[in-house]
Ligand binder design. Sequence first.
Ligand code: NAP
Length: 472
Amino acid sequence: MSTTPPLGSPQRPVRVAVVGAGPAGFFTAEALLKRDAPVFSVDLVERLPTPFGLVRAGVAPDHQKIKGVTKTFEKTAKSDRFRFIGNVEVGKDVSAAELAAHYDQVVYAVGSAVDRRLGIPGEELRDCHPATAFVGWYNAHPDFRDFPFDLSATRAIVVGVGNVALDIARVLLRSPEELAKTDIAGQALEQLRTSRVREVVVVARRGPAQAAFTPSELRDIAALAGVAVKLDTAAVEADAEHLDGIEPQARKNVELMLSLVRAAPHDAERTLRLEFWASPVEVLGDGRDRVRGLRLERTEPVRGPDGVKARGTGQHFELDAGLVFRSIGYFGSPLPGVPFDAKAGIIPNVDGRVTESPGGAVRKATYAVGWIRRGPLGVIGTNKADGVAVAERMVEDVPGLMAASDAARSHAAVDALLASRKLRVTSYAAWSAIDAVEVAAGQDRGKVREKFTSVEEMMNALLRAAPPREPD
Ligand code: NAP
């Protein structure tokens, strides 16, 4: 008489679907696969044919060191209990309910893909863009390949003073010759070569001590050849007088800014200007749908129990510019069949266990991790701790799972489902083939890699690498 092996045994691992192959998804997979007991197997389901999420499509091309984290992800992918299921969109190609039927546990690691809006007049003008689109464009994300960026103006404005704002400023100001060696998208590089942008103004509604960027990001720009950093000396010196008790990062930022305002001025072709205490009120158009500038209100600090807030002074001013980016943070978007907190832009959860609504009942065997769990804050490494913590919750929940309907919870059943949808699924081996073609194409051009910018190009490259067999 045959007995069913217990759930979590090597013969019957806990079968997990992780949705989203960015850092949060990979770190969760790593934490699960590292365990000896219970034993897990992981299918990493990803909308794009390629893995690595924001490491591939968010981290700036001139930050190759940060992208080195993919080496860790590659190790995870080598596990024989790991499968990559690329080019499959959950909510469209397969439903959340189908995943729940085919896996013992499902983890959503889908990130926060959309941009937050300023909610001011003129935001819809042609040259006012979300930061997400510019970042996706220079990183060859297929969704942003044809985004119409016009770099013919001499001044660009970036609203918001986080790391993404400084990434955008740096890419606009850095010499194209330096970018040419990276994995920047080919068409973005060509456009940047003819860019006329010479000044980027980053606008902050609060002061130097409240800047959201990390010191290394500003230091990177200050170190660029031919680039000057201009700061409001009075604002920086005012904050430098109140360093006691402020957070270490804020202190380092202010000290760095103080050293920059005190440094001897040098000739520079291009300038980064940080405009503190200013809040945008209108993107100004030229009457023909193009941007001609930004109208701002001067703000002033209000100190309260929650820290320093900005208050409008009623005093307005205008900055001419042909390009405005809003870089005020990312926001999650809902997946069909998965609970969503529209106010916070996250999947509602308690310590990673998904709830039907904020504060509602826990949805069995369903988890969220990364930005879609906690909001779009933190660096790549922050997701490692998050992945480990959510994996712990999943381990705790294993005894309450039913090892029923094993026939549905098998690789074969998932493969049959995908085949029935006639999807062009990419495996990790397929990604490795795409990777090899990109790296080789990059070598020909003296670049780290030349990325494909469309799904079609990737699938065609796969066909060339392994053409389908002719019928006998
Ligand atoms: P962020 O760090 O949250 O910064 C958003 C900025 O937008 C803040 O300066 C915020 O100012 C401002 N803002 C928000 N609403 C605004 C409004 N209505 N008007 C004007 N300004 C407004 O967001 P992010 O830059 O998108 O970065 C997201 C996360 O990714 C961060 O954790 C970041 O560190 C990380 N990241 C890291 C790197 C890196 O390590 N190299 C690179 C890119 C991104 P207030 O503070 O006044 O709200």
